[in-house]
Design a protein around this ligand. Structure first.
Ligand code: MLT
Length: 408
């Protein structure tokens, strides 16, 4: 069972009285050390009265400890706690104690708690506790969870365990653009949100800017307790990745720029945004889909993959009009990211469909030559939505890059 979310880490010191006649931490004291770490964690976070103020008590139903190395008085142990499973009335936690001095794993505990009420009967895990211990994330393929990120609630597919990979979709699409990568990039925690206004996320009437999209995503990372992620953005998702680099560079550990470009809209392009917004308002999302479809897919896919053509048409046609109009305004008013390129100092992969007409390979090459140490790959037979048109090839180049940048 993969860990579903992370709780704050705490350090505890091993006391002499916890150690046995041979001078090392007694096995029964290990449970106390883990318990101390849990209370410290609560005291530093939501408060040690978290359970009492919710009128429940966490009764331990099961506790097992694996001992790996001895610990001695004065050793400082860094204890990491993961929420492994959140049931209706139960929580499963895993705690890992690493010796601070050398980072070696000393012991691991697996614990199951059942929430009980004043009469000792199992009761549902209160919302506040569930939220403090970590938000539940999808455990089944295709299960999507909604996360409140402040101004809006986003629908997000979170799959797998490992370092975080944030996948930002383009326009007028949603997280399903990345369905193949979410399904296949094992060893990474794949986080694929629907941006505000699109997919299953909230559709505010206004407030669509690159900054708002970027800030929503940072708050999502906060909710998922992710400090740093490799950020992959396709097209508009790339524009948002640039905004993340401008506003929150400390959250970006690596970059995948897929079928995107760095420059702003031209005057003609800006007029085109307004015309498309007017079309969306007058005739709905399906009219936008019809207009965009011939340039979303490459000529090879248009000819050889009729079911995919229909899927992309349907995907664009089901997006909310207010979200489409908002995204068009945000793209129209976006900043020029070209001056940013030479300052990008995280590992960067640039991926482009050879037949991409919206953000053609020439744009990708321009970015690749401006970003120090960027690597570029062209996907043959694919257009603008290469992750859907050539899923295997795109996942393979992503996987190779991710392996090379995996944090140690
Ligand atoms: C996208 O795919 O996100 C858009 O086509 C980008 C754009 O229109 O600039």
């Amino acid at each position: 069972m993969p860990a579903l979310s992370r709780l704050p880490d705490v350090s505890v010191t091993v006391y002499a009285y916890e150690c046995d006649a041979y001078g090392h931490l007694n096995e029964s004291s290990f449970l106390q050390v883990f318990e101390r770490a849990r209370w410290d964690m609560l005291a530093r976070g939501p408060g040690a009265d978290l359970f009492r103020r919710n009128n429940v008590w966490p009764a331990v139903r099961k506790a097992t400890v694996d001992y790996h190395l001895p610990a001695f008085p004065g050793d400082v142990l860094d204890v990491h706690t993961d929420l492994v499973k959140l049931g209706r009335t139960s929580m499963q936690l895993r705690q890992r104690a690493l010796r601070s001095a050398d980072g070696n794993l000393v012991a691991e505990a697996d614990l199951v708690f059942v929430m009980i009420d004043a009469s000792g009967n199992p009761t549902a895990v209160p919302e506040e506790i569930a939220t403090q211990f970590g938000v539940r994330v999808s455990t089944r393929a295709g299960e999507v969870v909604r996360y409140d990120v402040g101004q809006v609630t986003l629908s997000v597919d979170v799959r797998g365990d490992g370092p975080a990979l944030l996948l930002i979709h383009g326009f007028p699409l949603d997280r399903t653009l990345w369905k193949h990568q979410v399904a296949t990039l094992a060893g990474w925690r794949r986080i694929a949100p629907d941006l505000r206004g699109l997919g299953g996320s909230d559709v505010p009437a206004s407030g669509y800017t690159m900054a708002a999209y970027a800030d929503d995503l940072v708050r999502l990372l906060d909710r998922l307790r992710v400090r740093k992620a490799v950020v992959a953005g396709l097209s508009m998702g790339g524009y948002i990745a640039f905004e993340l680099l401008r506003r929150h560079p400390e959250r970006v550990g690596g970059l995948i720029l897929c079928d995107t470009k760095a420059g702003p809209d031209t005057e003609e392009g800006r007029r085109g945004r307004d015309a498309m917004a007017a079309l969306a308002e007058a005739k709905g999302a399906s009219a936008v889909a019809e207009q965009m479809l011939p340039r979303m897919l490459g000529r090879t896919s248009l000819k050889a993959q009729p079911p995919l053509v229909e899927q992309v048409r349907e995907l664009m046609g089901r997006q909310p009009v207010a979200g489409i109009v908002g995204a068009l305004q945000a793209m129209r008013d976006r900043a020029d990211s070209k001056p940013l390129l030479e300052k990008i100092d995280v590992p960067t992969l640039i991926v482009v469909g050879q037949e991409d007409e919206l953000t053609p390979p020439a744009e990708a090459r321009a970015m690749a030559s401006a970003i120090p140490s960027a690597h570029m790959t062209t996907i043959s037979g694919a257009g603008h939505v290469s992750p859907l048109e050539s899923p295997t090839a795109v996942s393979r180049v992503f996987a190779e890059f991710l392996e090379a940048v995996r944090p140690g």
